[in-house]
Write a new protein. Structure first.
Length: 224
């Protein structure tokens, strides 16, 4: 059983690009969700509708840029940037996900991962897929305002594939709610870590460093 009296070590885990993308994507998701709700059920006849749409597109492109940057840094960054990668081909990965879920129900510290654990990796993989879906459907809808334009020519084919413009909007909204569910789960885990693990998880996403005790799992290698 790990105790907080065990000697503490410091690790530089999250490099600046990872931290920057995290906050850009987090703020973008918040703005996109609330502006998207407004666009789905507008309550004003003024130009606020146009302004909300403008904000929605700006932060949509910010999320797209952040996602592309994070994918690049997956390869360019340190091994912590690759930690938690979902290894679907390994049975041990599924056991690790299940064990992590069990660990999060306990009220004792236990041992933690320096980097992303398997459950976090699975969550981020799902979030990545949803973000890509949102980008494709969002840009396809945006392309409808300029028929024959760049975005319409590039992604317009997805609209009939998904059942037409109205259904694309429904899928887009549904995916947004799934993203919110993952985000809320993420916030819960952050609060859990802050209370029990005492590994400076929140601080690490600002300054980059996390702490560990003997026995914690250090993601010094990507695949092991």
């Amino acid at each position: 059983m790990a105790t907080l009296s065990t000697p503490v070590r410091s690790h530089y885990v999250w490099e600046f690009p990872v931290r920057l993308v995290h906050w850009v994507n987090a703020s973008s998701i918040v703005v996109l969700f609330f502006t998207g709700l407004f666009l789905a059920t507008p309550f004003s006849r003024s130009f606020s509708m146009g302004r909300m749409r403008e904000f929605h597109m700006i932060f949509g492109f910010a999320l797209m840029l952040g996602t592309v940057t994070r994918v690049y840094w997956f390869f360019a960054g340190n091994n912590y940037a690759r930690s938690g990668f979902p290894m679907f081909w390994k049975f041990s990965w599924y056991r690790a996900v299940l064990q992590q879920m069990i660990d999060y129900t306990k009220l004792d510290r236990g041992y933690v991962h320096i980097g992303h654990n398997s459950l976090a990796g699975a969550s981020y993989a799902a979030l990545f897929v949803l973000c890509i879906f949102q980008m494709v459907t969002g840009l396809a809808l945006y392309g409808e305002t300029n028929r024959g334009g760049f975005w319409d020519s590039l992604l317009g084919w997805t609209t009939p594939l998904l059942g037409g413009s109205y259904r694309v909007q429904l899928w887009h909204l549904m995916a947004a709610w799934f993203i919110v569910i993952i985000a809320l789960f993420h916030v819960y885990i952050v609060l859990y870590d802050a209370q029990l693990y005492k590994d400076k998880l929140v601080r690490s996403m600002i300054f980059g460093e996390k702490t560990s005790i003997e026995g914690d799992h250090d993601a010094t290698t990507w695949i092991s």
